[in-house]
Design a protein around this ligand. Structure first.
Ligand SMILES: [Zn+2]
Length: 62
């Protein structure tokens, strides 16, 4: 079975989406690290500016 090729979210390089690629869907460790770093930065910024968080709903009682 041929692995599906997906474009790397960071650089767009077509990358096999398979267990052989530990960085999937990224093409390399570098792209993955870069993307996670920018994502974490964004999350940090959002959490810093907006502290409102809804409490989880209790499970419905039947
Ligand atoms: Zn890449």
């Amino acid at each position: 079975m041929k692995p599906r090729l997906v474009p790397c979210p960071k650089c767009g390089t077509l990358t096999p989406f398979s267990p052989d690629n530990p960085y999937r869907p990224f093409c390399s460790a570098r792209c993955r690290t870069d993307d996670l770093a920018s994502w974490a930065e964004e999350k940090y910024r959002i959490e810093g500016s907006d502290a409102s968080e809804e409490p989880p709903l209790p499970p419905p009682l039947d």
